[in-house]
Design a protein around this ligand. Structure first.
Ligand code: TEU
Length: 569
């Protein structure tokens, strides 16, 4: 069946190398550390590892600022280590995809471009001069990390574009030499037997011709959100097909990260099987659900109905139009899902983690789990100070808000820290909790980032031995998805009940039967009446799932002829 593929059935485990396992005691995770944990991954039951950037980099943005695409960042190891990792994974029948960051490079790489032939590999523009003779950036685009998206270079009296940090200049995909250099990077790693790529912000590579101003929607008129000029630019699909043509020669796979793309037609263009571009993309609607109009740190309350609308939209769209979903609730840019979408109170943590695993894993799509999600790790504690946060985005945000005042006592500071603790990317970047020994067994030295204080109760070692742990639950889920793939991977999707405030319910069905998936999002006991649309629960209905154990049935009680399902928190 041409509609079936290994990558549709796969579960992918994302490794953030700095925080996975440190084999040499320098406080940073490394490639040999990952090699030491391959049996853990095999035991969990994942099919693919996505390795976040390990390339040479000054690490201004944790390796998403690459200065040499063919070398490994020294503290992580060597190219030889990476080759050993690839071999070790393949030996266990696990594939590996690398992070490909080619919307921008490190400025360490671009510096050589200021005077020589590489200049046209980046996006340079002269200043705008106002009527008083003052110099301004070429347009009003805001950087995604705060401030202007343009940085001034005194030597050449021009600005360069950086959609992210000013040390991450955007590459000029209008330059053919630059495009073919990117193709060469793909070939270099494919020749080392990597199985594909996760393509960082790949939708941003083509910008509106002429780089016009963005509409003014925010108070700070010089720094406007400008995604409409780069989220799906004029030459995006041509470039994606170019990348695909390389991948096809190696039978390799690509998942694109595509923030700010909400319209079905734009997404379908990138992922429909017949278009031969990407296999799937990370679409951001779920993880943007609580983001307010003025940026990711502002809070927006959300309801189960909002979540239902998003899930239904993408599930139906992809299953009905030859597309494919990438299912995720976490990655290295997002806070922990247990803290964000459920309750991370100690008495609820395990239930919440299992419930969210259930919610996500039985939808149609390829499943992605981020390191730590497998053991139900949660956000950093409320009492961590600003110094504990390492991320450039957080630092920029707090600086922007506070200016240089010594405002640490002020109310504004308290509020800002509140937002940071809820949304900071560092929430998911704390070291992986291996056991209950010092530093959670992550390093024998001093960790580059503080270990979450809860490692004695939440760690892999204790969970491996416990059949009721979050880890054991994921093991079962991954096995079940594989065993019942006709239902869970390839089956149809229908929401069940569109209005309950606590229970998220959906049904997957195929000629093999049907599964009804029930998830209690509330941190309290609740009951739910099986709607009549479900019809009779019959023999063919293999499973009814909830947030306890995927093997036991929730209690179905009949009161006055109506079936009621009972949930504890
Ligand atoms: O992220 C791009 C992205 O659009 C967002 O996820 C964004 O970084 C984040 O939400 C801001 O809060 C990718 C990488 O995943 C991220 O780690 C990098 O910093 C970024 O690109 C630049 O390479």
């Amino acid at each position: 069946d041409p509609k079936r593929s290994w990558w549709k059935e796969a579960s992918v485990y994302q490794i953030y190398p700095a925080s996975f396992y440190d084999s040499d005691g320098d406080g940073f995770g490394d490639i040999r550390g990952i090699i030491g944990k391959l049996d853990y991954l095999k035991n969990l039951g994942v099919d693919v590892v996505w390795l976040c950037p390990v390339y040479e980099s000054p690490q201004n943005d944790m390796g998403y600022d690459i200065s040499n695409y063919r070398e490994v960042h020294k503290p992580y190891g060597t190219v030889q280590d990476l080759e050993d990792l690839i071999e070790g994974l393949h030996h266990r029948e696990i594939k590996i995809i690398m992070d490909l960051v080619v919307n921008h490079t490190s400025d360490k790489e671009s510096r050589k471009s200021k005077t020589n032939s590489f200049r046209d590999w980046y996006i340079w523009r002269p200043p705008r001069i106002d009527s008083c003779g003052r110099r301004h950036p070429p347009n009003n685009w805001a950087s995604i990390f705060g401030g202007s998206a343009w940085a001034y270079d005194v030597t050449t009296d021009e600005y360069y574009l950086h959609l992210f940090h000013n040390s991450q200049p955007d590459l000029n995909w209008e330059n053919e030499d630059c495009v073919s250099a990117v193709h060469d990077i793909l070939k270099f790693w494919l020749n080392k037997h990597v199985d594909g790529f996760r393509m960082d912000v790949i939708n941003l590579i083509s910008k509106t011709v002429g780089l016009p101003d963005a509409p003014v929607t925010l108070l700070d008129s010089a720094h406007q959100p400008a995604w409409m000029h780069y989220a799906h630019g004029p030459r995006l699909h041509e470039h994606l097909r170019g990348l695909r043509s390389i991948l096809d020669k190696y039978n390799a796979f690509a998942v694109g990260e595509m923030p700010w793309v909400k319209e079905p037609e734009h997404v379908l263009k990138a992922v429909q099987g017949s278009r031969n571009e990407l296999n799937m993309i990370f679409q951001f609607d779920i993880v943007d659900i609580d983001i307010g109009p003025t940026g990711k740190f502002t809070k927006l309350p959300w309801s189960l109905c909002d979540l239902r609308a998003i899930v239904e939209k993408w599930q139906k769209l992809m299953t009905q139009n030859d597309g494919w979903n990438a299912l995720f609730l976490e990655n290295h840019d997002q806070p922990r899902s247990v803290s964000r979408f459920a309750s991370d109170k100690p008495e609820f943590r395990v239930y919440s983690a299992k419930m969210l695993a259930t919610f996500l894993s039985f939808q149609a799509g390829t499943l992605y789990l981020f390191q730590g999600q497998d053991i139900g790790m949660v956000n950093v504690p409320k009492d961590w100070s600003l110094d504990e946060f390492k991320d450039v985005e957080t630092k920029n945000f707090v600086e922007d808000f506070m200016g240089s005042t010594s405002a640490s006592q002020s109310l504004l500071f308290a509020e800002t820290m509140d937002q940071v603790r809820a949304k900071a990317r560092d929430n998911s970047r704390t070291p992986f909790q291996w056991d209950s020994s010092a530093n959670a067994g992550f390093t024998s030295g001093s960790p580059w980032m503080r270990v979450n204080d809860d490692y004695k109760v939440c760690n892999a070692k204790s969970q491996l031995e416990d059949p009721n742990s979050v880890f054991s639950y994921w093991q079962k889920i991954l096995r079940l998805r594989r065993k019942l793939k006709n239902i869970f991977v390839y089956g149809d999707f229908e929401l069940v009940d569109r209005s309950d405030n606590h229970i998220f319910a959906y049904q997957r069905s195929s000629t093999d039967g049907r599964a009804i998936v029930l998830c209690n999002f509330a941190a309290c006991a609740t009951s739910w009446e099986m709607p009549s649309e479900v019809g009779d629960i019959c023999e063919l209905d293999r499973i009814v799932l909830h947030n306890y154990s995927i093997t036991s049935m929730p209690r179905i009680i009949h009161t006055h002829g109506k079936r009621v399902v009972e949930f504890l928190p």
